[in-house]
Design a protein around this ligand. Sequence first.
Ligand code: MV4
Length: 447
Amino acid sequence: MFQKILIANRGEIALRVLRACKELGIQTVVVHSTADADAMHVRLADESVCIGPPQSRDSYLNIHQIVAACEITGADAVHPGYGFLSENAKFADILAAHNITFIGPSGDHIRIMGDKIEAKRTAKRLGIPVVPGSDGAISEEKEAKRVAAEIGYPVIIKASAGGGGRGMKVARTEADLELALQTARSEAGAAFGDDAVYIEKYLEKPRHIELQVFGDGAGRGVHFGERDCSLQRRHQKVWEEANSPALNAEERARIGGICAKAVADLGYSGAGTIEFLYEDGEFYFIEMNTRLQVEHPVTEAITGIDLVHEQIRVASGGGLSVRQEDIKFNGHAIECRINAEDPRTFTPSPGTITHFHTPGGLGIRVDSGVYSGYKIPPYYDSLIGKLIVHGRNRVECMMRLRRALDEFVVDGIKTTLPLFRDLVGNADIANGDYDIHWLEKYLAKED
Ligand code: MV4
């Protein structure tokens, strides 16, 4: 087991990882920018190293500073959290070259999944169902027309270096195709320095369902069920659930089995998330994330398994702590992302939190790094905490969520809490009847 882990992140996830390290008796080092000197995780860590000015590129994204902090403190492993360097293959490779363990998959696996064409090709080879479309990159318009005619309109053009919704264009008819292709290609070139694009059948009203998987890096793989992340705005998830209200146990076991076998066969190590669009009872692979995700606590709630413990264990060579048959799904969990934003316009609202009171009681978890008197710096993303509620079934979970939202107090700044108080009383949400477009349509109606 590791002696000392360096946490290369900030905010609620730095605290989340710190808690897991403390429970495992592992010493902790945090790195922070000058803007985060007063952060909770800095206070609670055994050691801290200031690595630079507020701007992320000069601090949390500065690989050399982080490696230097490892050398100075004698950390033997790095947990990257999510965002920042968590899916940076070069970072994983550089740590390996310094004999420091990256708590995550190999640089090569990160690289494969970062290239969306390569990721899709790999998924298909491993037996994962993918969206119908081009076999690889589309090089000319003639080829795009041929593929589109074969799969049928509407189609979507995606950037291979994109992901998370960046660089996509829909073509509803052949007349739209030329412009969509050109626009997608030039935007991809400008944004990512790589203009490779591919084409897929466009699904009109899918849900976004993702499978939590784990590999031990030595041919074993398990799945921890799925999360439904369809409630999003501009590709930012807002509300996540486990399990999905749309799936039954048979569908879960089938797609879960496929994903677990895929990560096993790939020799994948650590936590991963396989993202699907789900429509008319069918799963279509879109991407794989090679990190721990923001919404991992809903999976922890229904499985009772600490996924950060599991990551640390696997990275240290201890293997998976569970076999597939040990993983049972118990009840239902929902996560609400509390952002320091206007609840309608989502404009960031940094500033001082004058009063912070979190709900409690059975089935309630709040992951947050903020406290009364804390000043939210304006430099980073606006997530200030997550409310995770667990119940024996979805109805109990929703009742408990409504009660917890009533207890939650965040004064001094605007937050997304009022939005959740509306959503928890909405009939479509109560019925689990929503797709990836539901929230944006709802917000447009409310204006
Ligand atoms: C799609 C799609 C429809 N058809 N692909 C957006 C994020 C990126 N990960 C993939 N995305 C989409 N890919 C096909 N073939 C619709 C989306 C999409 C979406 C997906 C998941 C969650 C929210 C979304 C919002 C808009 C579009």
